[in-house]
Ligand binder design. Sequence first.
Ligand code: SF4
Length: 376
Amino acid sequence: MRYLDEYRDPALARRLLDEIHTTAIRPWTLMEVCGGQTHTIVRQGIDTLLPAGLRMIHGPGCPVCVTPLELIDKALAVAARPEVVFTSYGDMLRVPGTGTDLLALRARSCDVRVVYSPLDAVRLAERHPDRQVVFFAVGFETTAPANAMAVLRAHQLRLPNFSVLVSHVLVPPAMTALLDAPDRRVQGFLAAGHVCAVMGWTEYEPIAHRYQVPVVVTGFEPLDLLEGVLMAVRQLEAGHARVENQYARAVHRDGNVRAREAIRRVFRVCDRAWRGIGTIPDSGLALADEFARYDAETRFDVAGLTAREHPACIAGDILTGAREPTDCTAYGAACTPRTPLGAPMVSTEGTCAAYHSAGRAAGPFPVVLPAPVRSS
Ligand code: SF4
């Protein structure tokens, strides 16, 4: 399969691994930012094949996981209203709020629907002028263009019954917050290729320069990640700190100019709360004043809700790479993909779910002997 099999070639993976082993002389800690990359790393056991001193820690790049509990509760409050058709991507349905989740609301006859695009929600609003259609607009820079297009479309159609519950977050401010942390662990980043496909990589250049960390824009296949690790380690060993692009087949320096323009038109930058991390200045997107009438939070007056995390869940530590899922006492016991206590176990991009689906045992981390990367 073109653009897939060639990035899963075991012989090439072995060569890259050998090169990483000969290049990494000193201990280093790298963070992959994206949950999709975490899944590949954990599923393929890439982290267990690296030199002993080269550590991969997992970043906050799961959009479902970083959506604040308060916002999940707001979604539940909006979805419970009889006039509302609440629409969302499927993985948001099972994320627990303080008391319940969207799936449970649907079982109680609330009109909660899975859509595959925010434009599907706009079409629903066109077809059902007597209902209020709300789309749960979460995610990083990757989903923001489609959500912006949906708002523009609703605006063009002058739809009075469409709105969005927005919780967009931006990657570079989160990286900066991690680097500013007093217990900073990250020495180099693998930046998320799909975010950079939209935004380009110029935002990362001041970060690399100011904090003296290499940032390698990296794809999602095993060979992408191994090459990204190698590029980052080469920089670290040489004392360099610049942005490099491993994912050249999809990412250009300026990203997708039209997508960026749609984001710039519909949204404005705002402070945003990240679940488990707290508020990061200038790390989110909210609707610009021109489109404020499409804000579901205002339309349904759901400000001021209080939320309560499950006491056993250490999602904040997981999302900042401070601890691993196997350090959580609930992991694999009270908390499984069928009975999730926190978002990292629900989302397909969550680190806890990645560890669980890879069969990683709770308790002391298992010793895994090096083996060739599989080509699945
Ligand atoms: S295993 Fe479950 S309870 Fe523990 S941190 Fe992950 S999501 Fe939270």
